[in-house]
Each structure stands twice: as C-alpha cells, then as structure tokens.
Design a protein around this ligand. Structure first.
Ligand SMILES: NC(=O)c1ccc[n+]([C@@H]2O[C@H](COP(=O)([O-])OP(=O)(O)OC[C@H]3O[C@@H](n4cnc5c(N)ncnc54)[C@H](OP(=O)(O)O)[C@@H]3O)[C@@H](O)[C@H]2O)c1
Length: 288
C-alpha cells in the first residue's frame, strides 16, 4: 500500500535521497526545506510523472511555528502523514572549549529541539490515524562519543534518549519509532556548506584542532556510506510490518556499535560487585 512521507532537510544529502526513493516506490512525499526556492529547485530534477505525488513546503526546523504550516499543507494535499523522517541536521564539530555558547545552542536548536517541534506537530495526525512511523536521524555519534564532536554527539545522544522514550508512549496508538544510526555517509555533511567548527581558537588546542579539521576535511565526499542505498533501506523498513527501534546504517556503524556494546558489557561486569554494593542491604523478613 502506498504511504505518505513528510521529510525534513530534503534539499540535499540523505533527505533528498529519501524523497527520490519514496517517490520511486510509488509513495507520496512532502519534501520540506528551510530555503523554499532551493527546495523547489532540487525537486525540479525529479521525473515530471511523479509531480502529482510530491509537495514542497518551507520548513526551517529550528523555527517551531513553521512546522504546523508544513504539516497542515501535507494533510490538506494528501489527507494523512504515514511516515515522518526527521532528517534535517548538521554537525557542529570542534573541540569543546573552542565552541561558543551560541554554537552549542544552534546545534541543539536544529538537531534536538527542531526534531521535537516537528514531531509534536505530526504526532496528532498520526494519533488520529492510529498509525504512523517516525524515523529520527541519529548517528553512530548518538551511541559513541567522538574526539572533536562533543556537542554533535550530545545532540544525537539526546535524540536517542528522546526517541526510545517516545516509542514507549506512542506504541499504543499504532505509531512506531526508528532511530537511524548512520556511520559516515558521502553527503555534504563534512563539506564547508554544512559542517561547522569552533571559532574561539585556543593555543593549547591548536595542534589537535588543526589535525581534527584536516582529518574530517580529507574524508569529505570520500565516506564509505552511500546515501542512495541508505534511502532505499529506509523505504524498505517503512513498508515492513515491524521496523526496528534502532537501525545501524553502514558497515562502520555496525562494527562501531557492536564494539561499544561489547565494551559496555565488559566494563559493567568488571565493576559489577561495586555497582551492586550501592543498594540498601536486603531487609530480613519481618523487620521494620
Ligand atoms: N552524512 C553522514 O555521515 C551522517 C552520519 C550520521 C548522521 N547523519 C545525519 O543525517 C542527517 C542528514 O545529513 P546529511 O548527511 O544528508 O547532510 P547534508 O548533506 O549536509 O544535508 C543536511 C540537510 O539538512 C538540512 N538542514 C540543516 N539545518 C536545517 C534546519 N534548521 N532546517 C531545515 N533543514 C535543515 C540542510 O538544508 P540546507 O540545504 O538548507 O542547508 C540539508 O538539506 C543529519 O541529521 C545528520 O546529522 C549524517
């Protein structure tokens, strides 16, 4: 059966690939982007035959009021929203002490609060339908900390905790949630058009800061992950009866997340008796 998608950050990268994959599957798509002219321009490259199944809507996810107008436009055009993809996001990289407070706030305004604004707007539609699915773009950086990515990882760890909890609250209404945890994918993510680094340069950090930026820049547009294949995988999951709560995307994510889980288990076992010693002692039966 055909589904109606609502996708944020659809101008390029993973978001745009999901738009293409969903349309190719025969689904309907509401493609949103913060720059409406660029969103419309990106969509012009799609086959004209798909135009009646596609709606472009302006949406900067960091501006809460824009989400309602976009969701209203979606329902008015297609009558429902089956799949929400909270994809819009960027990487605020850089060593923590070199980041301005405003940069930290901007990261959370898009990656965390923006995702929540859009979800709050779309959930009532899905609750009325008693059906729907939410894909939240997290990252391998939502499971594992990375050097030079404290704020980005903090935003994605927030998305993880939020999504796991939300899944428990909305399951009763037939709404599912999937955390998508990509490794490194070949998009503009590490390109100057997207990534940001710290602007407060500190001498102590100069070598580490330069090395970090050089390493990530050298990897830009050479990442192993193919966004077209990721989009196809998400379209397949959306049509599964029971999509997973977590979906690791890319062999680097699979390997990295499995290592994190193994290391976490080993660490807990190593300190198990000290950890368990912090409970109150069990009370003997009959004592007060
Ligand atoms: N590529 C990776 O290696 C990777 C790995 C893990 C997770 N992810 C996550 O995947 C998602 C997509 O990233 P990508 O790789 O496709 O990066 P990308 O090529 O840089 O595309 C990012 C998209 O997000 C949009 N965006 C950013 N801020 C926005 C805002 N406030 N409101 C609306 N749209 C906004 C951008 O719009 P504009 O065109 O207007 O800038 C663009 O369409 C992000 O959440 C990212 O954290 C990516």
């Amino acid at each position: 059966m055909s589904k109606t998608w609502f996708i944020t950050g659809a101008t390029r990268g993973i978001g745009f690939e999901i738009v293409k994959a969903a349309l190719a599957r025969g689904d309907k798509v509401v493609a949103t982007g913060r720059d409406f002219a660029r969103t419309a321009q990106a969509l012009e490259s799609l086959p004209a035959a798909q135009a009646d199944r596609l709606l472009a809507a302006p949406l900067d996810v960091s501006i809460a009021v824009q989400a309602q107008a976009a969701a209203d436009a979606a329902v008015s055009r297609f009558g429902r929203i089956d799949v929400l993809v909270n994809n819009a996001g960027f990487g605020q990289l850089g060593l923590f002490e070199e980041l301005e407070a405003a940069a930290i706030e901007r990261q959370f305004a898009t990656n965390v609060f923006g995702l929540m604004h859009v979800t709050r707007t779309v959930l009532p539609v899905m609750r009325r339908q008693r059906a729907g699915h939410v894909f939240n773009l997290s990252s391998i950086g939502g499971v594992q900390g990375f050097n030079g990515a404290s704020v980005y990882c903090a935003s994605k760890f927030a998305v993880e905790g939020y999504s796991e909890s939300l899944a428990l609250e909305v399951a009763a209404f037939g709404i599912g949630v999937t955390l998508v945890e990509p490794g490194f994918f070949r998009t503009d993510f590490l390109d100057d058009r997207s990534v940001r680094y710290g602007s407060m340069k500190l001498e102590d950090y100069a070598p580490a800061s330069a090395e970090l930026q050089d390493t990530y820049s050298a990897y830009s547009h050479r990442q192993a992950g193919d966004p077209t294949r990721l989009a196809a995988a998400l379209v397949r999951l959306a049509h599964e009866a029971q999509p997973p709560l977590h979906f690791a995307a890319g062999s680097d994510a699979v390997c990295g997340i499995l290592s994190v889980l193994d290391a976490r288990r080993a660490e807990i076992e190593q300190w198990r008796s000290l950890s368990e010693s912090t409970d109150f002692p069990p009370q003997a039966v009959g004592t007060t």
